[in-house]
Design a protein around this ligand. Structure first.
Ligand SMILES: C[S@@+](CC[C@H](N)C(=O)[O-])C[C@H]1O[C@@H](n2cnc3c(N)ncnc32)[C@H](O)[C@@H]1O
Ligand code: SF4
Ligand code: SF4
Length: 329
């Protein structure tokens, strides 16, 4: 696997650097959506838009289709054990979600997911606790702010209790990796460093390295954050790497341009009707790559409002960030 990983990462690096329209290798990161239903309406996420549920069909991934997806990506020998079960929605709204973790482990994969934590109850955690997975859960230092920008009144306490239980299980099972991510600073009422320390203090002191705490960097998710639509470097264009690295699939099999395309604005194929490589090297992907190379973001529906190509001065473009995000997903 390590040789495969180095080989695939080298192919990816060369394809991106040379701006090839058909990448030399398969995608390195794969992601599939468990559901696009959500029990929260976070202020920073397109899910909170009143018309969000009318944009594309709402539904659930089935265990059989998840199995089909994993089998298809394993055949590509792409050198990466991690598979993300994430795009839009709250994955735990799908009752089959624990089965996805089990199936992933059975096939030798390391599933990773983000959850808002409300349905990550002790019962669900008990079911998951013998498996390997990575869970990222957004949380906050201030109950009022959490409930205002993320959940409803009382949700902070529910998620806190769920996280404390999950931590107690992750302490005994190092193959559970847990990231608790502070979002309080989105409110503009607190600074990120102080808030992260305050959130950290809500949990036991000496925790093993499989349990990490960090602070979220917000982006202009598909144009949702109107005040940030230009990015911090409007005159400095950088070629977005996602069309050379990652492959994102909705619950009903549509392939979308990236993890920010939760509204399915740009659809590049469907995994139940085409092979992954036919989609990856197909005309729609090629057209998107060509437009991004030629700096014609306005020609790609999901990219035209995105701040990624114009965020050159943000930490996202640092080599260390790019490497760690490639290796984590
Ligand atoms: C779309 S959510 C889906 C999973 C799950 N519902 C959750 O909230 O974790 C996936 C991730 O996107 C993040 N997200 C949503 N809006 C964002 C924004 N404007 N900037 C950065 N991350 C954002 C969330 O914090 C979450 O970690
Ligand atoms: S960030 Fe997650 S929990 Fe919040 S509205 Fe979006 S999908 Fe739902
Ligand atoms: S430019 Fe933005 S929307 Fe387009 S693929 Fe990159 S991250 Fe996604």
């Amino acid at each position: 696997m390590i040789f495969e990983k180095i080989y695939r990462l080298a192919q990816l690096g060369v394809s991106y650097k040379l701006k090839t329209l058909r990448p030399l290798g398969p995608p390195f990161q794969f992601s599939i959506e468990a559901t696009n239903k959500c029990n929260f309406k976070c202020a920073f996420c397109p899910q909170s838009s009143p018309t969000h549920k009318d944009i594309r069909p709402v539904g659930n991934l089935t265990a059989a289709n998840f199995y089909f997806f994993l089998k298809s990506i394993k055949e590509l020998k792409h050198g990466n054990r991690t598979v993300s079960i994430c795009l839009d929605g709250e994955p735990l709204m799908n009752k089959a979600f624990p089965d996805f973790i089990e199936i992933g482990n059975e096939l030798g994969m390391m599933p990773r997911f983000s959850s808002n934590g409300k349905l990550l109850t002790p019962t669900v955690t008990d079911r998951l606790s013998k498996f390997s997975f990575l869970a990222a859960v957004d949380f906050a230092s201030e109950p009022r702010i959490f409930d205002e920008i993320r959940g409803r009144e009382g949700d902070f306490e529910i998620v806190l209790e769920n996280l404390r239980y999950l931590i107690s299980k992750a302490k005994d099972n190092p193959s559970i990796r847990l990231e608790i991510v502070d979002i309080t600073h989105f409110s503009g009422e607190v600074d990120d460093v102080g808030s992260l320390a305050k959130m950290r203090a809500l949990f036991p002191r000496d925790l093993p390295p499989n349990i990490q705490f960090w602070s979220r960097k917000f982006h202009n998710f598909g144009g949702h954050l109107k005040n940030g639509s230009k990015g911090n470097s409007p005159n400095h264009y950088k070629l977005c790497p996602y069309p050379w690295t990652s492959f994102h699939v909705t619950w009903d099999g549509d392939v979308v341009a990236c993890g920010r395309n939760t509204e399915g604005k740009t659809v590049l194929g469907n995994i139940y009707r085409q092979t992954i490589m036919d989609i990856w090297r197909g005309e729609k992907y090629i057209n998107m790559r060509r437009a991004l190379i030629e700096e014609r973001v306005e020609d790609i529906e999901c990219c035209k409002e995105c701040d990624m190509p114009y965020s050159a001065s943000s930490g996202r473009w640092r080599t260390k960030y790019i490497f760690s995000s490639l290796l984590r997903r």
